[in-house]
Write a protein that binds this ligand. Structure first.
Ligand code: TA6
Length: 302
């Protein structure tokens, strides 16, 4: 299982293998998780048209958004972290309890400073458990005198048999910016959110946990997050799918993005300080009686 740094340098891919066909594959291009298999079942969506040219962001898996979410006047949409090669600090290692861990990092370099002239260091620790994938992130500001602000988000593409059958919990009562309606602010009235059209919403100050039903083979996915106050829900549906060259026109029913992040209020990082955030994805079966949503009118706030 031990993957030597030399071997990794030659390729761009790192594999955490827990045995029992449970693996996690990371591409050093963006430290993008491009596969998470639980007992040989893929949990993440990657487009059949995704580009692996080491330049463009990978269309699928879990791209790492930093230091900007969305359009950016200084640099690429969603920042440079997802289009930069990360370093493997610690090759995959089996822990005493059978889990497998690896650590990646990204530091400022000539390219990043040409866009965003700040020193920084990000560590990204991934732990593969039996039915779970853990993400621990540290952002450090080594400067003696300069603070910086950033957005950060894990742009998770869940693989689903039919997105129209998925339900997402934990958004009721949350305000959201609806990018499909000129960025107007709304409040979510539904107990469980469903996706039956182009959806692109930034839910603000969401609770620490969401459960997404009807993911791979009818199971559920629990997303538990820490220090990620926002949740973005995205599906491009028909028209937006056609606008993306690295996304198949027929693929939108099979993916759902549920993204934990710091979007609505950027993080301000003082000199010499560190910011930590984490996410746990846990795949599990039903014993769970679904409460069918009582549709309430969404109240437009302004
Ligand atoms: O996270 C949702 C979103 O911001 C959408 O607005 C959509 O643009 C999506 O990300 C994909 O962005 P990309 O830059 O990867 O095409």
């Amino acid at each position: 299982m031990a993957t030597t740094a030399a071997a990794v340098a030659a390729t761009s891919v790192v594999v955490l293998d827990r045995g029992n066909n449970t693996t996690c594959t990371i591409n050093l291009h963006g430290a993008t998780v491009v596969s998470w298999r639980v007992n040989n079942q893929e949990q993440l969506f990657v487009s059949k048209l995704a580009s692996f040219d080491g330049k463009k962001a990978i269309r699928g898996g879990i791209p790492f958004v930093f230091p900007q979410f969305g359009p950016w006047s200084f640099g690429p949409q969603h920042g440079f972290a997802r289009i930069t090669r990360w370093h493997l600090d610690r090759a995959p290692e089996r822990l005493h309890n059978g889990d497998v861990e690896a650590i990646f990092s990204l530091m400022d370099n000539e390219f990043t400073r040409s866009i965003w002239n700040y020193q920084f260091r990000i560590t990204y620790r991934l732990i593969l458990r039996e039915k779970e994938l853990h993400f621990h992130i540290g952002v450090y500001n080594p400067s003696k005198d300069l603070s910086f602000t950033f957005n950060m988000l894990l742009h998770t593409y869940l693989k689903v048999p039919d997105v129209r059958r998925c339900q997402i919990t934990g958004l009721q009562g949350c305000h959201f910016i609806d990018k499909t309606r000129e960025g107007a602010l709304y409040q979510e009235g539904r107990e469980v959110v469903t996706v039956n059209e182009w959806t692109d919403r930034i839910y603000q100050h969401t609770p620490q946990e969401h459960v997404i039903t009807n993911v791979v083979s009818g199971r559920k996915m629990r997303l538990h997050k820490y220090n990620f106050p926002d949740t973005v829900i995205w599906n491009p549906w028909i028209d937006r799918s056609r606008e993306m060259s690295d996304f198949g026109d027929d693929e939108f029913p099979n993916m759902l993005c549920v993204e934990a992040g710091n979007v609505s209020s950027p993080v301000i990082l003082l000199p010499g300080t560190c910011f930590e955030a984490s996410q746990i994805l846990q795949q599990f079966k039903y014993p769970y009686n679904l409460v069918l949503p009582k549709k309430k009118a969404q109240r437009k706030l302004k």
